[in-house]
Write a protein that binds this ligand. Structure first.
Ligand SMILES: [Zn+2]
Length: 286
């Protein structure tokens, strides 16, 4: 699933490509998850422009040049946004693709066509992702459901300690809870716990203050580095600007079960914590 770094990467990329470009047509397929009937959805967006793209957690917020209307896009498990200019492609989201970009294909749910002929495709093979048109009040309500962003000023040690206070669960469940901290998913939760040398299944009440400090630093560090490296999306693929997601090679535990720990002589193990496949080294994480 695309997490904060992957969603932030596509947000930054798309901002450079599609802002203030008139939308000539919008095509919605029968299987798309949109919150209006298809005609109503198209009517809001046709002949409009996106004037900004914002993000909260893993949710993208497209600001439309129409008073009091915003488009929310959540990629969920398999969602992708792919912008094409002939053979040139800018893509982000779920990384499982054939790299032929012969679009639209059977996973294409919504297509935006701009006046210059360039297109933005929303693909989603498993259809957990969605597009929603909302007004400012609804947007505010949605935003309020998200916890602190790991890279903003108020993600302080003090606020992190407040989040942990009195919780009767394990640290991984806290890191994954979008209402507490926004944007961290399975990959970066495991990586942050490894960086902090804390086992993901550790009960919050059993964490030492030293471990809490290390976890706080680890969350910031891992997310920051992942954004710098454009996340893990499309690691095998270079987009039209020669960029690709490089963070996969920096992953220390996620997806490395059975391999040697990059920090000690241990072997990476996998178990289930907070209902999710969880990777860790039992030798150097305590
Ligand atoms: Zn280790």
């Amino acid at each position: 699933m695309p997490e904060l770094p992957e969603v932030e990467t596509i947000r930054r990329d798309l901002k450079k490509k599609i802002l203030n470009k008139k939308i000539k047509q919008v095509l919605v397929t029968g299987k798309a998850r949109v919150n209006l009937d298809h005609k109503g959805f198209v009517k809001v967006l046709k002949n409009r422009k996106f004037v900004n793209i914002d993000r909260v957690g893993k949710l993208l917020i497209f600001d439309i040049d129409l008073k009091n209307r915003f488009l929310l896009v959540h990629l969920k498990m398999t969602g992708q946004l792919i912008y094409t200019r002939g053979q040139q492609v800018t893509a982000g989201g779920h990384s499982d693709v054939k790299y032929n970009f012969n679009l639209p294909d059977k996973s294409t749910r919504v297509t935006f066509e701009f006046v210059d002929g360039r297109k933005l495709f929303f693909n989603d093979s498993r259809r957990f992702g969605y597009l929603r048109i909302v007004n400012a009040t609804e947007l505010q309500k949605v935003k309020e459901k998200f916890g602190i962003e790991p890279l903003v000023k108020n993600f302080t040690l003090e606020n992190f300690e407040k989040i942990l206070q009195g919780r009767k669960t394990n640290i991984k469940a806290i890191l994954l809870n979008q209402q507490l901290i926004a944007g961290i998913g399975n990959i970066y939760a495991d990586e942050a716990c490894f960086d902090a040398r804390v086992l993901p299944g550790t009960q919050v009440s059993e964490l030492t203050s030293g471990q809490v400090l290390k976890l706080h630093r680890a969350v910031e560090k891992v997310i920051k580095k992942a954004i710098e490296e454009r996340g893990t999306t499309f690691n095998n693929y270079r987009d039209s600007e020669g960029k690709r997601g490089n963070f996969l090679k920096f992953l220390k535990v996620y997806g490395r079960v059975g391999l040697k720990c990059k920090r000690c002589s241990g072997i990476i193990e996998k178990t289930k914590v907070a209902g999710r496949g969880t990777h860790f080294c039992s030798k150097c994480q305590k």
